[in-house]
Every structure is written in C-alpha cells, then in structure tokens.
Design a protein around this ligand. Sequence first.
Ligand code: NAG
Ligand code: NAG
Ligand code: NAG
Length: 417
Amino acid sequence: MNIQFRQVASFIIVATFVVVLLGLGIRDEAKSVATILTDSLEDSRTSSKRPNFPQYIQMTSLSSEDLALERPGRRIIIIGDVHGMNNSMHDILSKLHYDSSRDLLIHVGDILAKGTLEGSLAVLSYMTSNNVTGVRGNHDQKVIEWRAWLEQVLAHKGGQAWLEEMERKSQDELKIYAKKGKGKGWKKIPKGWKMLEDHYMIAKSMYPDQYKYLISLPLVIHAPSLHSFIVHAGMLPLDPHRSISNSRQPLSHIPSLSDKLKAPNITALREAQELSLLSEVPQNLDPWVLLNIRGVLNNNEVTRSTSDGNPWSDLWTTVLDRCRGFDGALTLEDVEDASSNLKPKLPCHPSTIVYGHAAARGLDIKRWSMGLDTGCVYQRKLTALIIGPENSGDGSLETQSIKFGESRKARVVSIKC
Ligand SMILES: *[C@@H]1O[C@H](CO)[C@@H](O)[C@H](O)[C@H]1NC(C)=O
Ligand SMILES: *[C@@H]1O[C@H](CO)[C@@H](O)[C@H](O)[C@H]1NC(C)=O
Ligand SMILES: *[C@@H]1O[C@H](CO)[C@@H](O)[C@H](O)[C@H]1NC(C)=O
C-alpha cells in the first residue's frame, strides 16, 4: 500500500481511537495514544491533502445485549473467508438452519474477490441487504480503495473519458502508467495498484449501499462480554521488540482506570486491558498489520508470509497462557520470571481471537486463537464457528467441539466447497 495512504490512515485511526478512549474516560490509555497522535499529525501535514481512500474504522464493540446469548436458541455463527463463494456460503447457512431472526451471523472478512465477479457481487448483495456483522479483510480493503479512487476520478471533468481510455490499455501499458505517475494531477493510477483486476471490477460494479456497507466494516470487533476479538488477519499480544515484563506492554501490569471509576471490578479492568492491547501495542495500531499479518520474524518484525517466521497465533497463545488474573498480588519478580519459562505468570486474563486470512495453514484452533480460513475459494472448505446451543441442523455436518474462552464451549463445522 502507498506509504502516504498509510500515514493518513494511521492518523485517522489514531484520532478515532483517542475520541473513543476519551469518551470512555480511560485517560491513561489516551495519554500514550496522544504521543502517537502527535507523530501522525506531523506525517499528515507533510502528506498534504491526499484523499482518504482507506476509510478505516478501527474498532466496533458488540455488547452483551448485541450478542444476546441468553435468548432461547440464539447462536453466534462466525464464518471464515468467503471470497465470493456464494453457493458455498448459502450451503453452509442452510445446513445450519441459519435464521437471521434468531442467530447472529458474523464474518471474518475477505468476503470478496478471487472467486467470480458474479459470486462476489452476490455475496456482497447478501451481506449488505442483511447488514451482516463482520470485519474488513485485505481484499475488501482493496475494493474500498479502488471505489474511492474511481469516485475521485469521476468527480473531475473528463474523468469518465480518461477512465475509458485507461480501460482500453493492456496491463503492461497500465503498469508503466502507474509506475512513472504519468499524467498530471488526478490522472494517475496509484503506485502498485492493478487496474482491471477483480478488485477494480467489483469496485466499479457495486451499488452505493454496498460500498457504504464495506466502509462500515471495522478492522476489529471487540466483544467484551466474551473477552474476544474478531479480526481478519491477526493481532499481537505484546510488542515483540520489548521484553514481556516491560511496563509498556499492556499485559505486564494491571491496567489503571481513571478515578471516575470508583471501585474497579474485574469486568472493568479486563475491558480496559483488552482495549489497551489495541491502543498500546504499536503494531496493532497499524491497519496493515490487522489486515495482513501472518507471522513474526526472528528480527521481531511482522510479516504477511506464511513460510517465514512463526505464526503470530503461537505468540498470542503462549503469552495469553501466562495470564494468572489480577488477584494474588504479582510482584515484578513474578512477571520477570515469566520470561524464564519456569513459572510463567502475568497479571491478566486471557482473551480469544477469531480470524481468517491464513488459508495455507487451514483450520487453526489453539486455546486462545481460532483461524477459520479453510480455503473455500481453492475448492477446499468453508468453516463456521458456532457459539450457542446445538441445533437440529448441525447433525449432518462435520463437527468439532472446542473450548471457547475460559468457560464456554463452541463447535466448528465445515462443508466442502
Ligand atoms: C447466490 O446463491 C443463492 C442461493 O443459493 C442463489 O439464489 C443466487 O442465485 C446466487 N447468486 C448468484 C449470482 O449465483
Ligand atoms: C447495520 O448495522 C450496524 C450495526 O448494528 C448499524 O449501526 C447500522 O445502522 C446498520 N445499517 C443499516 C443500513 O441498517
Ligand atoms: C464494574 O464497574 C463498571 C464501571 O464502574 C460498572 O459499570 C459495572 O456495573 C461494575 N460491574 C459489577 C459487576 O460490579
């Protein structure tokens, strides 16, 4: 992605975050984010008035009222990467006897692209008309950015004619066009973008309400009552450049709440610590990481490669396994002990991540992370994770029971694509 877009984007995302955190009155978090904000402001000043193509929304919350798990028969169904596989998506939903008035359907992003254009548009139409809850994937993101670019071009006099001229060019001609920034002002294709490929075609074909739906998808969904996150690619539990006991790691200390919250209880502390994973681990503030991460390299940098480095979910599970709660007055030595691997202890409670994006690894269920991309678009499988009561439909499906969070059970079902 273009560096300048990322700078503008990170400014917007951080600004949104500061507003959210100030709104919650969690001042300590806001303070450290404010430092990052200052840096980003500098960046956005130098990058002048670039349009906001990415239109990121950092996070939305699903409250326990939204989840409504106490309702009779209510299930939360989280589906893996659909990639325009319309028939498979309808197949799994019908085999589960999915009922939108009873169940809550959530997707982990990458609902679009790689499959056929017709399939992507059919999936997008379904998701939009049912306002299905979900997060953005890296492919959905590309579609959003193409549409924003298209609208910007079409807003100029002569934009339509210029687009038509571009569409008549071959990929090779376009490549040169994009690389050299040939043309002046708005008449250029952003560096590294490939016109006429599936993201472009979807962006061009979708209806305004479908575009609006895509923009409404956040990078992360936080469900505090489930102590869970849903994110397309992944998140880090700490900054791998610092030691696990460094005071800047959100899980190295009990979070401090603003004095407005008089008697901090476990619920409030856990929510604050979960939010600080998003606002204080610097990698998690970068939209590119949430949309693309697959692993962590030996030099502690993140990567989207599956073959280099270690899966980020290994780090997540190893660190979250060390959580020993807020009681029992952990001393600094206890925390430091954690890095010795002898008696691991961290002053935290575990959180669970549900994600997609890693088809090469397939179904990847670990104690605190659940990877659901089983490569439907590669004729493999489409997978759903189900929280809630077992239901008549599930019987005919390949089902695996798993633990979800500290005390819940969930099921994972897959169908052939
Ligand atoms: C998508 O799937 C639904 C249900 O199977 C079907 O009714 C619809 O025609 C499909 N759309 C396309 C474009 O294939
Ligand atoms: C879709 O759902 C979201 C979250 O529940 C809500 O904020 C939004 O208003 C809904 N959009 C439409 C078009 O109904
Ligand atoms: C925990 O604290 C929060 C914030 O002060 C409050 O809203 C909530 O009702 C408290 N919960 C319990 C179980 O005391």
